[in-house]
Design a binder for this molecule. Structure first.
Ligand SMILES: [Zn+2]
Length: 398
């Protein structure tokens, strides 16, 4: 969204917010379409413009199979609201999902990468649905807090979206637009607890595993504690990149209590991983742009636990260590690349990087073997000439 677009959005909402209609207290009925002159109608209009931005975004993941899968999981928890939800998968390496009052939902690849199974994803999407069902954004709007935030978006530009991981997010999409979306989804703690409970009940009703709810938030807390950045480690873990959805210990404990004495359900782990697999390598490469190496290592170790996708994951571990460059990291990176090359799903780049590190670490024979393997396998790679040059230089040495 352009800054003019954000200004128009805020101005439009300011006008409709003053019409003084009562706050909706009950869950919305399925198929609700508000009067366009009402407060909610104004919010919908703004979100429709935001949705149009999402549809045009360069970050939009256009893989129909992935979008169908994620939409299917959303419908597993949305049930009677399925027909009014539009899901957009965005390739952005931060944990985030959000749902606007007009039924437009964004699911970011950072969430898809981190959820371990369908039950975890279903819980997070059910949580977002909970905000939608309870009209939380409208409640915020009526409390004047959301449009105060929107006014701030206009005055300070993109600052609100901030840098949750202590890194610059300007590389992803249009920050003013992201901040405008976040401004109406900055919920209170009691709203968060309510959304957790709704997400939990809907996920369990779909036959999925009750303990998945607390697990997905615990994983996020563990990643936050492991962060390379002290400011992140010292902050409370967040359920969203926008510093919304604070993950308090009370929230996790409440989900543990809800899961107690419930019969077990299905995790749908293999099905989930199969749906994500075609995008795994690209999302991991995106994840490196956060430069939160220790959080990324924690994530990688967790994803490796069930023994799937080890060629891709060990290659990623090598990439993290090679960039982190702590003492001994080059040796550890070499070992990770070497491990990766033992798996069928290793990317060809693993042999190129392995050759590079073997040469740097003083094993020219091992470097030669790795680079030759790379050239045999990467028959169409653009960088073949670089590897050929390196090999020639190596072989010219006495
Ligand atoms: Zn929330």
């Amino acid at each position: 969204m352009t800054s003019r677009g954000v200004a128009a959005l805020a101005a439009g909402l300011l006008l409709t917010a003053t019409s003084g209609l009562p706050v909706l207290a009950q869950q919305r009925p399925p198929g609700l379409v508000p009067d366009p002159t009402s407060v909610e109608g104004g919010l919908w209009g703004a979100m429709e413009r935001t949705e149009a931005e999402a549809r045009r975004s360069a970050d939009l993941n256009s893989d129909p199979a992935l979008n169908d899968y994620v939409r299917g999981v959303a419908c597993r928890v949305a049930v009677e609201y399925c027909g009014e939800i539009r899901v957009y998968v965005m390739d952005r390496p931060y944990l985030n999902a959000q749902m606007a009052p007009n039924g437009y939902m964004e699911v970011w690849s950072g969430l898809l990468l981190r959820a371990e199974n369908e039950a975890q994803l279903a819980f997070v999407l059910g949580h977002e649905l909970g905000h939608f069902l309870e009209n939380h954004s409208l409640e915020r709007w009526n409390n004047n807090k959301a449009w105060a935030t929107a006014a701030m978006v206009v005055s300070v530009g993109a600052g609100v979206a901030g840098a949750y991981y202590g890194v610059d997010m300007r590389g992803i999409g249009d920050l003013a637009y992201l901040a405008a979306v976040a401004s109406v989804m900055n919920y209170s703690r009691s709203q968060e607890e309510e959304a957790d409970a709704i997400g939990f009940e809907r996920m369990v009703a779909a036959g999925l595993e009750p303990t998945a709810a607390a697990a997905v938030w615990r994983q996020q807390q563990a990643e936050t504690r492991a962060s390379t950045f002290r400011s992140v480690r010292q902050s409370e873990a967040m359920g969203s990149v926008f510093r919304t959805h604070p993950l308090t210990a009370e929230r996790v404990a409440a989900l543990d209590t809800l899961a107690r004495d419930r019969p077990g359900g299905r995790e749908e782990r293999e099905r989930y991983r199969a749906a994500m697999r075609p995008h795994l390598a690209a999302w991991l490469a995106d994840d490196l742009s956060r430069r939160d190496f220790n959080a990324s290592l924690t994530l990688t170790e967790r994803l490796e636990r069930d023994g799937l996708d080890l060629g891709v994951l060990e290659f990623h571990r090598g990439q993290i260590l090679r960039q982190r460059r702590d003492d001994g990291d080059l040796e550890l990176a070499r070992d990770a690349y070497l491990t990766a090359t033992g798996y069928e799903d290793a990317p060809v780049a693993a042999w190129r990087e392995l050759g590079d590190l073997q040469a740097r670490l003083g094993d020219p024979e091992a470097a030669r073997v790795a680079w030759r393997t790379y050239l045999e396998r990467a028959t169409a790679a653009d960088d073949r000439w670089i590897v050929e040059d390196s090999l020639t230089a190596l072989e010219a040495k006495p």
